[in-house]
Structure formats: structure tokens, C-alpha cells
Design a protein around this ligand. Structure first.
Ligand SMILES: Cc1ncc(COP(=O)(O)OP(=O)(O)O)c(N)n1
Ligand SMILES: Cc1nc(C(=O)O)sc1CCOP(=O)(O)O
Ligand SMILES: [Mg+2]
Length: 213
């Protein structure tokens, strides 16, 4: 999509429980209609066949809406579909994934609250670095904590787009953006909703927080 920075804005992350019972595609599309720039397929429970089918459908939706699909954890699936990838510290080598996916793929790395991990991720070929969790998270309550001060430091020292994740809501996202987040990654505050139209409304509200920057 010309003139739009794909690595700035709302980063929607799917959740297999919240998006069960046929909600995955309508709710994901609602997030994209509301302006999500990245969509991560995060599924820890499905079979390989289900994951391939769902990720392929999401790829098609992202293409239609000019957004980028990111696969969580699974470099092989990302390579098979020709889409992006997110890797945590225990999810395998970034450098190997970069070699597999090529120079144009968006590849992100979890860096918890560590500038050193972010620097290492940059050297190994990451496209963005993710810090978190910033607030109490319904989805991953045990994730290590990060602070707004860390975000300010990362903005000064890390030459990559920064993702803030963990307990992000419409009430606290502005602080993260003001402190240096290029993208806010959201599960619960986006997808724990009674309807697709409510997801779209929330996605628009998150996206509008970036309009001024
Ligand atoms: C954008 C983004 N940031 C962080 C994570 C967490 O990745 P990881 O630490 O590998 O944990 P799981 O998501 O795999 O449980 C993420 N997925 N996306
Ligand atoms: C997948 C994930 N990783 C985190 C980290 O801090 O690395 S927090 C998190 C869950 C984000 O979901 P919610 O928006 O519901 O808090
Ligand atoms: Mg992971």
C-alpha cells in the first residue's frame, strides 16, 4: 500500500480461544477493516492442517486489506505461505529464519525488557523488536514485565521499529506510543468482543492513536 508505513500502527494478534467457533476470519477481517497494519496468527493448539488452512485464509485477507500476515513461532509455515514471522527467545534462530524467508519478509523478535536482546536481534536480521509485557495481560499473565522507561531507552538506542505488547488497551496505548512504540500489539482488548463490528470499532480507535504521529 503506497504511502503507508506498514511498521507503524495497530498489530492485531489472534487467539485460538477468543476466536473459536467461526470467529477467526470475521474478527480478523474486522481488525483489518479497522486499520490493523500487521496481523499475527498465534495458535498453539491446532493441527498442522488446521494451522495451514487458517493461516492461508488470513494471508488472503491481509493481501486484500494491504496488511502483513505474521506467523507466530513457525518458520516453516511462514516460508510455505511466503509471509512474515515472529520468533521468541526459545523459537529458533533468527538468522536461519531470515535466510529461509529472504530479505523482504517481516521478521519480529521478542526481546522482553532487554536492549541487549534487541541489539542482537537487529544484528541477526530482525525487522522489528517487541518489548513487553507493559501491563497485566489476560492472554499471557506470566510474561516478564517491561517499563515505559525501557521503551524510552529503546527508542534512543535501537534502530528498528519497536512493538509494545502485553495488556495494551485503548486507555494505555497512548503512553506507549508517546514513549516510542511504533506498533502496539493487542489480543484481549481487541478480540474479546461480542461482535465483529465491535472489533472494527476498537481497531479504528487504536489506529486513530497513530494518526497524529
Ligand atoms: C509481537 C509479539 N511480541 C511478543 C510475542 C511473544 O512471543 P514469545 O515470547 O515467543 O511467546 P509466544 O507468543 O510464542 O507465546 C509475540 N508472539 N508477538
Ligand atoms: C503473546 C504475548 N507476549 C507477551 C510478551 O510480553 O512477550 S504479552 C503477550 C500477550 C498479549 O496479549 P494481551 O494483549 O491480551 O495482553
Ligand atoms: Mg513464541
Amino acid at each position: 500500500m503506497k504511502g503507508v508505513n506498514k511498521l507503524r500502527g495497530l498489530y492485531a494478534i489472534t487467539d485460538s480461544k477468543l476466536l473459536a467457533d467461526g470467529r477467526l476470519l470475521p474478527y480478523a477481517e474486522a481488525a483489518l477493516k479497522g486499520g490493523a497494519r500487521l496481523l499475527q496468527y498465534r495458535d498453539k493448539v491446532g493441527s498442522a492442517a488446521t494451522r495451514l488452512r487458517e493461516a492461508d485464509a488470513l494471508r488472503e485477507l491481509c493481501e486484500r486489506h494491504g496488511a502483513t500476515l505474521i506467523i507466530n513461532d513457525d518458520a516453516e509455515l511462514a516460508a510455505r505461505l511466503g509471509v512474515g514471522l515472529h520468533l521468541g527467545q526459545e523459537d529458533g534462530s533468527l538468522a536461519t529464519a531470515r535466510a529461509l524467508l529472504g530479505g523482504r519478509a517481516v521478521i519480529g523478535a521478542t526481546c522482553h525488557a532487554s536492549i541487549e536482546l534487541a541489539e542482537q536481534a537487529r544484528r541477526e536480521g530482525a525487522s522489528y523488536v517487541a518489548f513487553g509485557r507493559f501491563f497485566n495481560s489476560n492472554t499471557k499473565p506470566g510474561a516478564p514485565a517491561a517499563t515505559l522507561e525501557l521503551l524510552e531507552q529503546a527508542r534512543q538506542h535501537v534502530a528498528l521499529p519497536i512493538v509494545a505488547i502485553g495488556g495494551v488497551t485503548l486507555d494505555n496505548a497512548s503512553q506507549l506510543i508517546a514513549s516510542g512504540a511504533s506498533l502496539v500489539a493487542v489480543v484481549h482488548a481487541l478480540f474479546a468482543a461480542d461482535s465483529a463490528s465491535e472489533v472494527e470499532r476498537r481497531a479504528r480507535a487504536f489506529s486513530s492513536l497513530f494518526a497524529a504521529g
